[in-house]
Design a protein around this ligand. Structure first.
Ligand code: ATP
Ligand code: MG
Length: 643
């Protein structure tokens, strides 16, 4: 197999041809880092350096992992299917669900709790530790524990300063929380990578096994890895040192979720002294004007990437900016401009994105689009994974995966309603603490039950134990999903409700997510992987249908590009966010975030701000704002005012 490297520039080719040993590719936005990484893996395969099974590529989101595999398939065909292209969390889950026994888990039934369920457990831990009335808010405690996990602190090693009330209190909650998780044979999102590192560090044989399994490791968006994620990779590659990291320090935008910019700025160099660093200097995404404007925004940051040169798109039009009186007028301006671009210049709606700092801003723009009947997709605002149908169906899959999962069982036992309401469950439960699968076993021996309840419960037990659960073990995942919908009577029930259309639509969105797990790479544990992923997915991970204008937060469009981009709400207290104003490090992250937003644009970039805006979480009163300080960093010569 030969790979045509003509579609790369000289620096990219250098990185692609350097297949062995450590390599860092450092470059700004749109310089082809992701493309280079993909070609580099293809090259390793084409040269026969390794089999697809021994290649691991780690990306930031599941969507990016799927996209990476798709692009690889274009270059190398079927071999792409056997490459492990995944996120840190999915990778760590796979490791734990194979090896978790050494930490005292039942790995085959390991669960990841996320969202509301994790918070519920943490609340209980706070209560059990007697800290409900401590001068710490619940959110503070949650954040500190999350960060501790990102930095590999176990509960035992968390309290560093003796007699420090704050540290000792949190250590107590942390320990209790881990205990509650363990009782449920569960981990939370933050545990995944932390415990994977722990397993590898404590078990030399296993470590050697995984080091031999993955001979070539690559990481995209390296700037946004956490300390724990970096240590996981470091363990894995320590023998062969075949590690390629690509990233852009100036695009670090997830510090608030544990990203540690020091991985890319310092640790990599310290661990792999003398490793080659390839800088890419050509930008293929944006016009020179857009690129120069974006680079001006971050020109004072000492670690900014080397300045890029726009090579593909010419000078382009000036960056347009508009000052509007309030957020409604801002939305109207944006929507009118979208309609004009579509009518006069044939711009497809799919080629346009409107980006903003906080989710509530998206709704105002959504309303304006709706009013004019323009198609759009609102990314990430829907709390999709918290919707009833999604939670119901996930609960069905969970209980089929692990019959002892009492929470999931309680959710499905009377959904759709089948005469097993609260009082029936209490009777079935008898003296047990909670309703669990035990209450459905040995029903014919139970003289204490009214015949009607006994009969209904028996029918449900038959369905669960004899129909659904066995099917989970034999059917491919999507087929199983459809089977559950049908046999549990869920579809029929959905069709009866008065919001049937919306609810059926939710099921339709979930289906392609399930389908992703039918690939050969999940052959043995599709259901387990799906459940682990779903517990930690957020809306940004949903496959985005190319449907109309994209409305998204800047965080959600990492790595993506659009011909036309609007960045809205460029005001003090909005972008930069009000919470960042007093913290230099946070303010700097806002600055990087503006850079990320602007560099999503290929051809046309609009920057808008409103003089007054009803603060989304405030009292609804309009507040006046000055234009964002970052606007002032852009040379006037690159801008044109259009309102
Ligand atoms: P980001 O920092 O935003 O993640 P990136 O550095 O990963 O960006 P890519 O997304 O890989 O950049 O590439 C940006 C665009 O430029 C893509 O459309 C890609 O196909 C194109 N591109 C990259 N390199 C080349 C090249 N040598 N020739 C033509 N097009 C290229
Ligand atoms: Mg990229």
């Amino acid at each position: 197999m030969t790979l045509d490297l003509a579609a790369l520039n000289a620096a990219q080719r250098r990185a692609v041809e350097q297949t062995d040993g450590p390599l860092l590719v450092l470059a700004g936005a749109g310089s082809g880092k992701t493309r280079t990484l993909t070609y580099r893996i293809a090259n390793i395969l084409a040269r026969g350096r390794a089999s697809p099974h021994s290649i691991l590529a780690v990306t930031f989101t599941r969507k990016a992992a799927w996209e990476m595999r798709r692009r690889l398939a274009e270059l190398v065909g079927n071999a792409a299917e056997d490459v492990t292209s995944t996120t840190f969390h999915a990778f760590a889950f796979k490791l734990l669900s194979a090896e978790g026994a050494s930490l005292g888990f039942n790995p085959a039934k390991l669960k990841v709790v996320g969202g509301g369920e994790a918070r519920q457990l943490l609340r209980r831990a706070v209560k059990d530790a007697g800290l409900e009335h401590a001068p710490l808010t619940f959110d503070e405690i949650a954040r500190v524990i999350d960060r501790a996990k990102d930095n590999l602190y176990a509960p035992e090693s968390f309290a560093q300063v003796k007699d420090d009330f704050f540290e000792e209190a949190i250590a107590k909650v942390y320990a209790r929380y881990q205990h509650l998780l363990k009782e449920r044979n569960a981990v939370d999102y933050g545990d995944l990578v932390r415990l994977a590192v722990q397993i590898l560090q404590r078990n030399a044989n296993l470590l050697t096994f995984y080091q031999n399994l993955f001979r070539y490791v690559s990481i995209d968006e390296f700037q946004d890895t956490s300390f724990a994620q970096y240590q996981l990779v470091r363990c894995l590659v320590w023998g062969h040192k075949n590690l390629c990291c690509v990233g852009s320090p100036v695009q670090t935008i997830y510090s608030w979720r544990g990203a540690d910019i020091n991985n890319i700025l310092g640790r990599f160099h310290a661990d792999f002294p003398g490793a080659p660093v390839v800088g890419l200097t050509d930008n293929y995404r944006s016009t020179a004007t857009i690129l120069d404007a974006a680079q001006a925004v971050v020109s004072n940051l000492p670690y900014r990437d080397q300045d890029l040169r726009a090579v593909a798109a010419g000078a382009g039009e000036p960056v347009r900016y508009a000052a509007l009186s309030d957020e409604r007028n801002e939305a109207q301006f944006i929507v009118a401009e979208i309609a004009r671009l579509h009518a006069e210049h044939d711009v497809r709606y799919e080629d346009i994105a409107v980006l903003y700092r906080t989710r509530p801003q998206g709704r105002v723009i959504e309303q304006a689009l709706m009013k004019r009947d323009l198609p759009y997709t609102l990314v990430g605002d829907a709390k999709f994974f918290e919707r009833r149908e999604v939670r119901d169906l996930v609960a069905y899959l969970r209980v089929c995966y692990d019959i002892t999962d009492a929470q999931a069982l309680q959710r499905v036992v009377n959904t759709p309603p089948r005469g097993l309401g609260q009082s029936a469950l209490e009777k079935l439960q008898g003296t047990d603490d909670e309703f669990s699968f035990g209450a459905l076993s040995g029903l014919d021996q139970r003289a204490d039950l009214p015949p009607k309840i006994k009969q209904t419960a028996q029918a449900f037990a038959d369905l669960l134990f004899n129909v659904l659960e066995p099917a989970a073990r034999t059917l491919p995942l999507l087929a199983f999903f459809d089977f559950v919908l049908e046999r549990a009577g869920y579809t029929a029930w959905l069709e009866q409700g008065n919001d049937a259309k919306q609810r059926a639509a939710n099921v339709r969105i979930l289906r392609p997510v399930v389908e992703r797990y039918d690939g050969p790479q999940y052959a043995h544990n599709a259901l387990a992987m799906f459940l682990a992923d779903i517990a930690t997915m957020d809306d940004d991970d949903l496959p985005r249908e190319a449907n109309g204008v994209t409305l998204a937060t800047v965080h959600a469009v990492k790595g993506l590009e659009f011909p036309v981009v609007f960045v809205a709400g460029l005001e003090e207290e909005i972008f930069p966010h009000v919470r960042s104003l007093k913290m230099p490090a946070a303010l700097e992250e806002e600055q990087r975030l503006v850079y990320v937003a602007m560099t999503r644009a290929q051809r046309d970039l609009y920057l808008t701000w409103a003089r007054a805006r009803a603060t989304p979480h405030g009292d609804g009163e309009a507040r006046e704002h000055a234009p964002s300080r970052f606007l002032a960093r852009i040379p006037r010569a690159l801008m044109q005012r259009c309102s």
